[in-house]
Design a protein around this ligand. Structure first.
Ligand code: GCU
Length: 647
């Protein structure tokens, strides 16, 4: 589309494929998509052959999404057992570029580690008075709706589907988990809009999911109750779900935020979340659908004076006792950390606590707490740490394995912005999410290099190097100039952008740092605190319990310590705060400098947008540095050992 940045699929990314003779063998919608993607299908003596395996007997080895790649006798061959595999194989060849047509390659098998690789949109149909159209969206309006109605031209949705498929994503939930009145109707009388969106996602192998309101039987059906034990409520879901599948036969399923931040749920009827989820699972089961039931349940009307309530404990306390009670097609969707997508959090203990439940892990590509797509913050290194984390210690299964049966989900960072994601470099987060969901062990910096190669196909070594210098460590840079040592938040309430150290300190949201003249941090130990450390299996229960073994980067998440406490790094907490904040703000300025040297190498549209964002990052990082340093200097009275300027 004119005026829209091609992201990681510019025409040049297809040079290697398009200059070859290609043959595509097979039938079906997705095979047709592959055929349409290649310049000269069915050509004689092809150099690239993409085929669906003839023998159905071999079915099962590659599954729905896998493919093999081989190069011999001057021919590169992709073989898949199912159409989606062929599509993923095709995009793999695109990624390889010339390398796919070089030396011989013995047969390689490629299969995704996670079955469902999903992005969740927090899009509203209407403009919400506080949240705007896309809740926590930093990339313009919705790709799907405009001024309260489905967009007349959905061609960009197809382009979006193509981008998603090219990095392996196969499911999209199209609307906000906070389902407001208008959006509730997408399930019934506005279902045609969902079907129209699904029609644009389908050719790229992407299934459409819908966020639904738990109270729908009341709100839409006019019933008196949504009680999961009420036969009329259950029947309403059955009938409604059947209609959904009559309209959209490959519909993926529902996403539900229940009893969370004001959304309705089973608690109103004294029922458990398993009962609530199972009612929807039962309605979906005959059609092969799933319900993603979110575990983000906590008391958001807490009294800050109440020291016994710990928001971090909430998901485990609510859900761990329900393990084994969820249907097979009910997937518990757990945020990767126990709080809320902070720059640094431990892995949620729920992930280790529910072996009898299908789990999906939820990440946040939209940068709500990581700079809102004004700051450069490449998140794949954080996600990679989460996915590789072994909740039961060395030798135990990694988070990616524990989520294998459910999937990996990211809250989308895309909108109708010409660069898709506001900050042009934030595109890398969406790309890397898809690639990590396919291969959680992949090196995030290799993925970044791949993204650079596709997005800037003619990048000089200087541009490539500059982008790495700006992005490789950008998550840690962001961490350095914001809330220290895992304590979290300290952001402006509501908007969640910019520093406000005490903004949430006396609020009902359960997000406190407890800084006083002597020290800072949240005591979550079993010995003297909220007992949260006891939600982890060993060795983590003990590792986190002791200040001596707790990793520095999470110290203030787990412990309240004096400012003079010596970290494992050898520095005191207060000096660490000063050092990291001066360093982080300096690094933000270096990121801008790195771009100034190469900005002229890319189109002026990208350069202009980059400069505007980088100026804001530098300004904001200095603001963070000065507020955090000044706050802690005033609280502690301890001067900076290096005598730098604190206000
Ligand atoms: C955060 C975010 C909300 C969102 C919620 C959720 O609290 O600020 O906007 O609705 O997460 O994940 O449900």
């Amino acid at each position: 589309m004119t005026g829209v940045h091609p992201a990681w699929l510019p025409a040049e990314a297809f040079r290697a494929v398009n200059s070859r003779r290609v043959a595509v063998h097979g039938e079906g919608l997705l095979v047709d998509t592959v055929r349409a993607e290649v310049a000269a299908a069915e050509s004689s003596s092809p150099e690239l052959v993409l085929s669906l395996a003839a023998s159905p007997g071999s079915r099962g080895v590659l599954g729905d999404d896998g493919f093999t790649l081989e190069r011999a006798d001057g021919v590169t061959r992709i073989v898949a057992e199912a159409p989606a595999g062929l599509l993923y194989g095709f995009f793999h060849v695109v990624r390889l570029g010339e390398a796919a047509f070089g030396a011989d390659r013995p047969v390689e098998v490629h299969r995704p580690a996670l079955r469902r690789r999903m992005v969740d949109h927090w899009d509203n149909v209407d403009i919400h008075p506080i949240m705007g159209q896309v809740e926590r969206g930093y990339a313009g309006g919705s790709l799907f709706w405009e001024r309260g109605a489905l967009r007349a031209d959905l061609s960009r949705v197809r382009d979006y589907a193509r981008l998603l498929a090219s990095c392996g994503i196969n499911a999209v939930a199209i609307n906000n988990v906070n389902v407001h009145r208008t959006e509730a109707h997408l399930l019934t009388d506005r279902l045609g809009e969902v079907a129209a969106i699904a029609a644009h996602l389908r050719p790229y192998g992407i299934r459409t999911h819908l966020s639904v309101n738990f109270a729908s039987p009341i709100v839409l059906g006019g019933l008196a109750t949504a009680d999961p034990r009420d036969p009329a409520a259950r029947q309403w879901w059955e009938v409604t779900t059947r209609r959904v599948y009559e309209t959209i036969p490959d519909f993926g399923g529902y996403v539900v935020k229940a009893d969370s931040e004001g959304q309705s749920g089973p608690f109103a009827y004294g029922r458990s979340h398993a009962e609530g989820a199972n009612m929807l699972a039962d309605a979906l089961a005959p059609h092969g659908g799933v319900v993603h039931w979110r575990a983000f349940v906590y008391n958001h009307r807490q009294d800050w004076r109440d020291r016994s309530t710990d928001r971090a404990r909430a998901a485990y306390d609510h859900f761990a006792p329900l393990d084994g009670q969820f249907r097979d097609n009910a997937i518990l969707q757990v945020k990767h950390g126990p709080m809320d997508f902070q720059t640094r959090e431990p892995v949620s203990p729920v992930i280790a606590a529910m072996p009898g439940t299908r789990l999906a892990v939820e990440l946040q590509a939209t940068q709500e707490y990581t700079g809102q797509q004004r700051h450069v913050c490449y998140l794949a290194p954080m996600w990679s740490e989460v996915l590789r984390f072994q909740p039961h210690g060395d030798g135990g299964p990694a988070v990616a394995t524990l989520a294998g049966s459910g999937g990996l989900v990211a809250v989308s960072n895309a909108g109708d912005d010409p660069f898709w994601t506001g900050h042009p470099l934030a595109q890398a987060n969406l790309y890397a999410f898809g690639r990590l969901a396919w291969a959680p062990d992949a090196d995030p910096l290799t993925i970044l290099d791949e993204w650079i190669g596709l997005t800037f196909p003619d990048a000089t070594p200087q541009l490539r190097q500059a982008l790495h210098a700006m992005m490789d460590d950008s998550w840690r840079t962001y961490e350095r100039y914001t809330a220290p040592l895992g304590v979290g938040f300290m952001v402006r309430p509501g908007r969640h952008y910019g520093p406000d150290v005490d903004g949430y300190e006396y609020s009902p949201w359960g997000t406190y740092h407890f800084a006083d003249r002597d020290g800072v941090g949240v005591d979550r130990t079993r010995a003297t605190g909220t007992g949260y450390t006891g939600q982890y299996p060993q060795p983590w229960a003990d590792t986190y319990e002791s200040v001596d073994t707790c990793p520095d980067e999470l110290l203030l998440f787990f412990h309240h310590v004096p400012y003079g406490h010596v970290l494992r790094s050898g520095s005191t907490v207060i000096q660490h705060i000063y050092d990291t904040h001066f360093a982080g703000a300096d690094e933000a300025a270096q990121i801008r400098d790195a771009w100034s040297a190469v900005g002229h190498l890319v189109g002026s549209d990208v350069d202009d947008r980059m400069r505007e964002r980088l100026d804001e990052q530098v300004r904001s990082a200095a603001e963070w540095r000065d507020q955090i340093n000044t706050y802690f200097y005033r609280k502690s009275g301890v001067p900076d050992a290096k005598g730098r300027r604190i206000y």
